[in-house]
Design a protein around this ligand. Sequence first.
Ligand code: PEP
Ligand code: MN
Length: 343
Amino acid sequence: MIAVLREGCPVKVKAEIVRFIENAGYRVQVSEHAGQSMIGVVGPGAASLAGPLADLPGVEEVRPVAPPYPLVSREHHHAARRVKIDEVTVGADEFVVVAGPCSVESREQLMQVAPALAQAGARMLRGGAFKPRSSPYSFQGLGEEGLQLLAEAREATGLKVVTEVLAPEEVELIARYADVLQIGARNMQNFRLLAAVGAQPRPVLLKRGLMATVEELLMAAEYVVANGNPRVILCERGIRTFETSTRNTLDLGAIPVLKERTHLPVIVDPSHAAGRREWVPAMARACVAVGADGLIVEVHPDPDNALSDGRQSLTIEGFGSMMGELRLVAGAVGRKMAGGSGV
Ligand code: PEP
Ligand code: MN
């Protein structure tokens, strides 16, 4: 929202307007253009200040500024959106953990890992059946057989299933098996795919693109919501920077920014950011502290022999001890986490 000041508005009056806005808890951005002063009012719920501001001496007019993502913006929908997947809610008090292998490889693999994850407190099971791989010669996923295995694991454990959809023509198939449709980083700006997941009812986990700004992520989410599906969960998974020590650079700063700009829940993927399992627990602890709504993490019963992303996958044991650490941080910042039984 912008307050346009009267021409020749005295500095003292301008300072009073700034003080008024700051006292109301908002940030101020002052700009001058062609002899006219404008004061931007920044912060969630800023629109509520429009009336009182318009009545102040020196103010000529108050104009709303519509962000390019009105449906997902916090300015237009102040309350946090809770995405409910049956009894699991993302975006409420509970810090929700999604865990599982990068790719679904076999029944044995999934049945080894899924019950242990539920036992340790995960609420959802991740696993790719259709995999986006940099090389066409790498394992591409089990396809529909992988989806069937995920559904079996859900039956056995009660964990909700999150799995990736790569193409608009596969949305219907994947939605038949999955509880949440994942849009991977490489597809964040695949606008046809965003429209397709927007036109069906399953919640969507939208991962930030490797080179995408926060605003581009929000505009991608806007595509999904504008096509009819408001149940979107955003995911920060690391971006590509000049730094090569980690696989990607985890942009934890994006979490408070997103929390300010959108009402959608935000989770973090420390696995694809770190690239090495040794670094995942430390980054996961930070996710809890920084105010994310949950995390998605890769866990494999035998990471050294995984068909994809083994280097960054936690062992089952490593996942268990990480969950213990996350509970301590969650307690310290007033968040709840599912207990050891997984329910
Ligand atoms: C994945 O979750 O396995 C994956 C491919 O993630 P991203 O799209 O973030 O690279
Ligand atoms: Mn992966």
